[in-house]
Design a protein around this ligand. Structure first.
Ligand SMILES: C[S@@+](CC[C@H](N)C(=O)[O-])C[C@H]1O[C@@H](n2cnc3c(N)ncnc32)[C@H](O)[C@@H]1O
Length: 209
């Protein structure tokens, strides 16, 4: 079968699995977001919205098992906050090193479902935040290009200054075992789910009480 045909069949199968209504919402979202991407200067990746991206749905479902509605949820590398803004919490803190993406996320917040706070930065910015305890820290979609030592150092430094109760991370299929091994050194794995779409695994860890 020619490649174009294979790709079309794969898209149809994906659309069926997500559901026609979700696909319609995702396509409308893309059309609305495209001009914003041009204005804020983000990458095309951010047009990959929640409704047709299974790992984001899995992350929200896993987060829902531990996030306290009265608590604090943080996401480092939050992008537009597709995951963060869907997790129930009194305080939602999103950090990203990309200034344009944070400006874009703040713009969307005016029309969105949550009052999440977005700031430019990474773990160092979260470490400086006023919140002493974080119920859940989410990190998805970018650890695959960071070296092991960097991840280890960042996590150890953060955990030394903040009481973080749960961690949620994902692992790409071509790096099977890497993120899991790193986080197994730091905390206790309490949940592990597979994402059928990208063949990723998502892991939830408990690292405090
Ligand atoms: C693929 S997106 C994922 C967004 C979101 N976590 C999700 O899964 O929907 C990765 C994001 O991580 C951000 N990022 C990359 N390196 C980072 C770092 N060192 N600290 C904070 N954010 C980072 C990028 O700017 C980008 O917005």
């Amino acid at each position: 079968m020619p490649n174009a045909m294979k790709s079309l069949n794969r898209k149809i199968a994906l659309a069926r699995r997500h559901g026609a209504d979700r696909v319609a919402i995702a396509l409308a979202g893309k059309a609305l977001q495209f001009p914003l991407m041009m204005v804020f200067g983000g990458t095309r990746w951010h047009l990959r919205g929640y409704h047709t991206t299974n790992y984001k749905k899995v992350a929200v479902a896993m987060a829902g098992t531990v996030a306290a509605p009265a608590g604090v949820v943080a996401e480092v590398g939050c992008g537009l906050g597709d995951i963060l803004t869907r997790v129930e919490a009194r305080h939602r803190l999103g950090f990203d090193i990309d200034r344009g993406v944070i400006a874009w996320a703040r713009f969307l917040r005016r029309f969105g479902r949550s009052r999440a706070e977005f700031a430019v930065g990474s773990f160092d910015a979260l470490a400086r935040s006023e919140h002493e305890a974080i119920d859940l820290l989410i990190m998805t979609g970018w650890f695959h290009y960071m070296p092991d030592d960097w991840i280890r150092d960042q996590m150890r430094s953060l955990l030394a200054v903040k009481r973080v109760r749960h961690l949620l991370v994902d692992e790409f299929p071509d790096q099977r075992g890497r993120i899991e091994r790193l986080f197994d050194e730091l905390a206790l794995q309490v949940d592990r789910r597979h994402d059928w779409q990208d063949d990723k695994f998502l892991f939830l860890y408990r690292c405090g009480d």
